[in-house]
Design a protein around this ligand. Structure first.
Ligand code: SF4
Length: 469
């Protein structure tokens, strides 16, 4: 059965999408990073504003939406598997609509519509607002369409949003990236850096805090470059923006992702050390410990500059927890280069690291570099790196046994324990003893009793400020 309502081509359709489609539901699957998760909140908001209800499986959905990631080949391969499911479901019900949103839509462009004839609509990350219009066009005019603007001054943050429940929320402060690291597709799919006005960011954070949010994570591909693009008129240093947001009453914690080492300013170092609501955690992607590979990656810093920066950060803020991203088996990476990465992990004492095997990406300069590392070598290096990172994480976490850590409660487990994170981003599970389970957003002190490389366990020792404080 075709579930798409029959509307004569050329008619002006004034109803919502829910009135136009037989099954007024949508399934939304997100791949990739927090920025994509955040964009999905906007896709959800746009579709909910059209009267559509989110469902948990594609089988129940009139519209199937994949919000995609093209940073790694693996995510694209997984998408193709999901598109196979969508093709099968569409064969059962021709009125079902299939949408590919996000970075793969942008990267593959309209070729994706040719290769995947069951895909109805493409929307790039800068064009999410176009989704309802494209779906209408598909229903009314039967046209398959794409919106793939290369950049936009309309922030997805200005679109309707359905936020995941809880005391934490994301706020986008900029879009795009202008760094062109040689392995990275982001500048090609998300366009150049454009900063959002500080006044708009402050209003969004104030609204979220009024809504019960206590912890905000500011999002951008390179937040440290906030306000620095030519022509931006306003706050021009990320550290200054942090201080301005810290004044918002009721905001308990402020985090941010992601930081490029070359753009860490003295103001940011000071904010990390002294601003009371800024969490003492910095995710500072190193990518490699080898100068030769850093140069080939076009990262814009040397190993010694990176280590020097870490030294300055730790001198200013001895409690700072440092995490990182590392790539192994980049084009031309030798055993010596890899050993340099291992030694950087030891030198910088990361709390943990996200580790990746290099995969060539379309459009990028590194894809044309010689020196492909064999699959077996890449796997072996990856395993060695993960083992070192986990060993360090376990060792650092074990030192916290017996200490008291402050967590913000994010949820309750089935066994009656609560879970939340420390300011340094460590996951903690805490038994409540005889105390009642507090609402999410409550700050608690926990005595740590055991630790693994990934989590801490303990018992609540003192109820702190309530969520409404
Ligand atoms: S800084 Fe480099 S790795 Fe990060 S998004 Fe920009 S180009 Fe990609």
């Amino acid at each position: 059965m075709d579930r798409v309502a029959r509307v004569a081509p050329g008619c002006v359709q004034v109803g919502s999408l829910a009135d136009m489609i037989g099954l007024p539901t949508f399934y939304l699957r997100t791949f990739g990073c927090q920025m994509n998760e955040h964009d999905s909140e906007r896709l959800h908001g746009l579709l909910a504003a059209e009267g559509l209800t989110r469902v948990a499986s594609p089988e129940e959905a009139g519209i199937i939406v994949y919000n995609t990631c093209s940073v790694r080949e693996k995510a694209e391969t997984r998408l193709l598997g999901h598109l196979g499911t969508a093709r099968r479901l569409k064969a059962q019900d021709a009125g079902r609509l299939v949408v590919v949103a996000g970075c793969v839509a942008q990267s593959w462009g309209e070729g994706l519509l040719k290769e995947q004839p069951h895909v109805d609509v493409l929307v790039g990350p800068q064009s999410l607002a176009e989704l309802p219009r494209l779906l209408r066009d598909r229903i009314v005019h039967r046209t398959r369409g794409a919106a793939l603007a290369e950049s936009s001054s309309v922030f997805s943050a200005d679109l309707p949003r359905v936020r995941r429940a809880g005391p934490t929320a994301w706020v986008q402060i900029m879009t795009g990236c202008t760094n062109f690291c040689s392995y990275c597709v982001v500048p090609f799919v998300r366009g150049p850096e454009i900063s959002r006005a500080a006044s708009d960011i402050i209003v969004e954070v104030e609204d979220l805090v009024r809504d019960g949010v206590r912890e905000i994570t500011l999002l951008g591909q390179n937040v440290n470059a906030y306000g620095r693009e030519p022509g931006f008129n306003g706050t021009q240093d990320f550290g200054e923006l942090l201080w301005r947001l810290a004044d918002i009453p009721g905001l308990a914690r402020l985090r941010f992702m992601t930081s490029h080492p070359k753009d860490v300013s003295p103001q940011l170092i000071e904010a990390l050390a002294a601003c009371p609501v800024v969490c003492r955690h910095l995710h500072l992607p190193a990518q490699s410990g080898s100068d030769r590979i850093l140069k080939a990656m076009r990262r814009g810093y040397t190993r010694s500059q990176y280590v020097d920066l870490v030294g300055r950060l730790r001198a200013a803020s001895p409690q700072l927890a440092l995490t990182t991203d590392l790539i192994v088996a980049f084009q031309g990476e030798t055993e010596d280069d890899f050993q340099d990465t291992l030694s950087l992990v030891r030198d910088c004492a990361y709390e943990t690291a996200f580790t990746f095997i290099y995969s060539p990406r379309p459009h990028t300069a590194a894809a044309a570099l010689p020196g492909c590392v064999s699959h077996d070598t890449a796997r072996r290096r990856m395993e060695e790196l993960i083992a070192l990172v986990q060993e360090q994480s376990a060792e650092m976490n074990s030192r916290l046994v017996g200490s008291t850590q402050e967590i913000m409660v994010e949820g309750e487990s089935e066994d009656g324990t609560v879970w939340g994170r420390t300011g340094t981003y460590k996951m903690v599970h805490a038994a409540m003893g005889t105390a009642a389970v507090p609402p999410p957003g409550t700050i608690l002190d926990v005595t740590v009793q055991s630790a693994t490389s990934a989590t801490l366990k303990g018992t609540v020792v003192e109820a702190g400020a309530a969520a409404s404080d």
